[in-house]
Design a protein around this ligand. Sequence first.
Ligand code: IVH
Length: 686
Amino acid sequence: MNPEQEIQSLREQLSKHALAYYVLDTPTVPDAEYDRLFQRLEALELKHAELKTIDSPTQRVGGGLLGAFSKVKHAVPMLSIRTETDTESSGAKNFDVRIRKTLELSETDTPIEYVAELKFDGLAMSLHYEDGILTQAATRGDGETGEDVTQNVRTIHQIPLRLIAKPAITLFDDTVPSRVEVRGEVYMRRDDFETLNERQRIKIAAGQKGEKIFVNPRNAAAGAVRQLDSKIAADRQLSFFAYAVAQGLPNEVTTHAQTLEQLHAWGFPVSTDARVCTGADELVQFHQDMAAKRDALPFDIDGVVYKVNSLVSQARLGFVSREPRWAVAHKYPAQEQMTTVLAIDVQVGRTGKLTPVAKLAPVFVGGVTVTNATLHNEDEARRKDVRVGDTVIVRRAGDVIPEVVNVVLDKRMQDAQIFTIPTHCPVCGSVAIREEGETDTRCTGGLICGAQRKQAIEHFAHKRAVYIDGLGEKLVEQMVDAGIIKSLPDIYRLGLANIVALDRMAEKSAQNVLAAIEKSKQTTLPRLLFGLGIRHVGESTAKAFAKHFGNIDAIMDASEERLQQVPDVGPVVAQSLRSFFDVPYNREVVEQLRACALTWDEGEGTPTVPQILANKTFVLTGTLPTLGRGEAKEMIEAAGGKVTGAVSKKTDYVVAGAEAGSKLDKARELGVLVLDETQLKELLGG
Ligand code: IVH
């Protein structure tokens, strides 16, 4: 092969691989092989400068620096489309009615065929091909005159530098028309946008001047296309969808659907979410289907576009001012809007978690008026660096809670203060701490904190804690909202009248609740201790403390060192328990509960079950036929056994139920005895 032939062959191979990779999404060679061919071509072109051409794959890397873009007068004006702002189904129906009227169709005439497409949120681009080779790319500009951005557009891998000579329909020959003008949308995928902004953040943090965070993918795409340095444009990942042929469409093509097929055959990416629809109802269906799919798409759309399918009908319909009558854009509510941050509040959740929330100037986004956006936690707030007074982009997609996507730094006031998470709970004033390795900052107020009241009472009344049958989430909510319970001891001060007065509470049910409260007065120390809801003190830890100390007073008074002497109790648990009882209010709660005639078996009480499983370690996995996880665990522990989470050589038994997974495999691997539910019951004495 002579150099010319080799160059030719390399270009063909590279174009084929690039089409497979960038357009068809089915890579044909490993990256390394592509790189090898590419480097070989580069080397040959360097040696034989006379063989270089503008459609060579090596021309995609960007190069020259421009002083300004030259103007391009569009041979065929780049029109805009009429927009149906009505986001409901009437948008599609109005369009159909208009078309039928203009075409003078009566109700008995057959429905019209349309093509429904996505309305990509990028920027329109005109691409000129001469004898199949990309010679010019131009922006829309004012529709009459745009800018020549060929250098930058060449770097977009999804745009063919040379058209594939392939007819979409078999009617005509396989030569490419000598002049072709393709129209489509240059856009940036959401993941490429995130990557770009992440890189921008790093640059800004490193103090590089003139760098900015992009507001949305469309702005980022427009910025890249209008880069005077095509090396920078090449670095920003842009994508493309073709949707029209302005010049050079083969005569054999008679519908818009065929136009899309021809574009694809020439080597352009064409969205697979285009659908031929008959009549208005199918347009409405498409609008709804795409609304549901919108958030799952890898790129932004701001609506859908309906086009009359028949090109003859399109010609008959013609234009009104600068818009075609045969097409309409049917929008979706915008998912992003700009607004300002009025304040940053810190909310305390039911579990004591502190969440910074940006209070926003009301803004209509994603179909609702938004006034709040969560900043999640300290790290997120710091990463986004949202400050009071800032102008921000707020996003609400689907049913997802509104989010601040970015701060518009250009608009920041000089004196804007950095947000810091408070050191004290804004609800109860207790110290708020963020433990090592945690992302959340929490109020340590526990029982004292108004924000955590409902959760605390609900937890106390839980089946596994002090157990008040019937006092669940709903009732607790009602009682706290009615102001009849503020703290745990208040539960025992309730009278029938209080409860009956609640909404939708019959006397019989109220009596049941009172009876359950009465019954709960006799409990055990582990249940009481667990019921207090001390952070890190779960059921088994509560049991361990009870067993070790034997009574609540000893536990309340124990130093951290003494607490740590309890098996399986480390510094985190010890500190948590200690600081809980360092709060006078929490001790007061225990005293008041006692005063309310709550009694408990101190220590573990005398075990009623023979300790036949003492020193035996169990792991539970899968779903047992009749026993719940909690029940099985309780039975094993009652017999003196221990239940752990992971299988090791120290495990004595694995109790496996349906759909047991890796733990069962591990047990078999280590030769640990495996029991089913029946065998477990037998072991426990039937
Ligand atoms: S057709 C004569 N189809 O919407 C109609 N436009 O046109 C020519 N757009 O900025 C446009 N997705 O860039 C058409 N599937 C689609 C589109 C689309 C997005 C943009 C286009 C232009 C605006 C109005």
